[in-house]
Design a protein around this ligand. Structure first.
Ligand code: ADP
Ligand code: MG
Length: 404
């Protein structure tokens, strides 16, 4: 790993350092409902403050349409950051305008300012290279150096992620370094047995991850909506469960590849089948071979793995040294169908080794089910970015920092 680290920037005392964080937190009525991403940004910000830098924090929040939109203002985030850092944090009402210029000019060594949402400016996410580069150039005027620490955005070629890193002397922050360290352990020489647990809604979303990880793992456990395409590929009827017919051949290919490579592919043996896709739907547990034989017949929908499967998955997870889990085992948003996801999450907290949760909905699921972040070896802050990494894809925001 050749990623440029903070030390490569030399002494930062008195220097203006722009930091790209991922402060894209969930907000309800202007109140932050989960400040995990703000907390994740603290190590780098504290390191820069302690080094005597003048810290200019920038981030996006939500998906405003390239123009100011008050509901996506970063002001509440700046306030929360101030509480967490235990010191005043200035807030600029724009990104490259007068408010930002004045706020940056007023910084003293160790001070912090948060700029307004980067995506209030169309240049941030513009398709056209010139437009992005022009916006990055304006941002660069605020700094002497650039630190990239928004792991959740490194798979995107955007002005504050890519072009800005080309213009200024740049390095990765501590969050990116920590995320990569973990992801590296999942792809290069993982401690064995190595188990990957995949679920979520669709196989088609996870094809890249399956292809890239299949040659590396000892066991692959399949749950979630995608399990029905696996069961169907093995010739079982799945009633009205989620089925991607166009992926049947691909899935048959994975089943054959797993066999060839000696990877233990573990499919559910029992399923919770519901009368409808609803929180209060009636439900029955049946064998994975008898999904159409519930009282709901062909209209039954599989919404969770059954208790026997959940126990087998939990055993396999606990018996592993490295586990990567992506994708809920069932429709955990409905409490009646959350047991499989809860069993897998619980087992992951007991892994004697490295247990990693990746994926946006998976991270939300463990929090919603009452687990604490520190119970897991690692919860990736960047769902999309971590999956892209595990697909073996090149991430522009890392390449520009020297990663190969
Ligand atoms: P992640 O964001 O962690 O990568 P996904 O986006 O792939 O996860 O999938 C999350 C969604 O999968 C959840 O909203 C969950 O309700 C859904 N899901 C899980 N099991 C099923 C199922 N049996 N049928 C339909 N949807 C399912
Ligand atoms: Mg998702």
């Amino acid at each position: 790993m050749t990623l440029r680290t903070l030390d490569s920037l030399g002494s930062l005392e008195g220097k203006r350092v722009i930091v790209r964080c991922d402060l894209n937190v969930p907000l309800r009525d202007g109140v932050i409902t989960d400040d995990g991403r703000v907390r994740a940004s603290l190590p780098t910000l504290n390191a820069l403050i302690n080094a005597g830098a003048r810290v200019v924090v920038c981030s996006h929040l939500g998906r405003p349409d390239g123009a100011p939109d008050p509901q996506y203002s970063l002001e509440p985030v700046a306030q929360r950051l101030s509480e967490l850092l235990g010191k005043p944090v200035a807030f600029a009402r724009d990104t490259v305008g007068e408010s930002a210029r004045e706020a940056v000019a007023a910084l003293e060594d160790g001070d912090v300012v948060v700029l307004e949402n980067l995506r209030f400016n169309a240049g941030e996410t513009a398709k056209d290279d010139q437009t992005r580069r022009a916006f990055a150039g304006e941002l660069a005027a605020h700094g002497d150096a650039f630190v990239s620490d928004g792991f959740g955005v490194v798979h995107r070629k955007q002005a504050s992620v890519y072009e800005l890193a080309e213009i200024l002397p740049s390095a990765a922050g501590l969050l990116i370094a920590a995320e990569l360290d973990v992801l590296d352990r999942l792809t290069e020489n993982p401690e064995r047995p190595y188990t990957v647990v995949l679920g979520g809604s669709k196989v088609s979303d996870k094809l890249g991850v399956i292809s890239h990880l299949l040659p590396r793992v000892d066991r692959l456990l399949v749950g979630g909506g995608m399990l029905f395409t696996f069961l169907a590929a093995e010739g079982h009827a799945v009633a009205s469960s989620l089925l991607e017919k166009d992926q049947l051949d691909t899935v048959r290919g994975y089943i054959a590849e797993a066999k060839e490579r000696g990877v233990e592919l573990v499919l559910p043996t029992d399923i919770v089948v519901a009368s409808a896709f609803a929180a209060d739907a009636e439900h029955e547990v049946v064998s994975a071979e008898a999904i159409e034989q519930t009282s709901f017949g062909a209209s039954g929908i599989g919404l969770d793995i059954g208790p026997e499967t959940a126990a087998r998955f939990a055993d396999a997870i606990r018996g592993s040294k490295t586990v990567f889990w992506n994708g809920p085992m069932g429709v955990f948003e409905f409490p009646a169908f959350a047991a499989g996801t809860k069993a897998v999450a619980g087992a992951l907290t007991e892994v004697d080794g490295l247990g990693v949760v990746g994926g946006g909905d998976s991270a939300a699921a463990v929090r919603q089910l009452g687990f604490g972040d520190d119970e897991f070896g690692h919860i990736s802050t960047g769902g999309g970015a971590s999956l892209k990494f595990l697909e073996g894809k090149k991430l522009p925001g890392l390449e520009v920092l020297g990663w190969q």
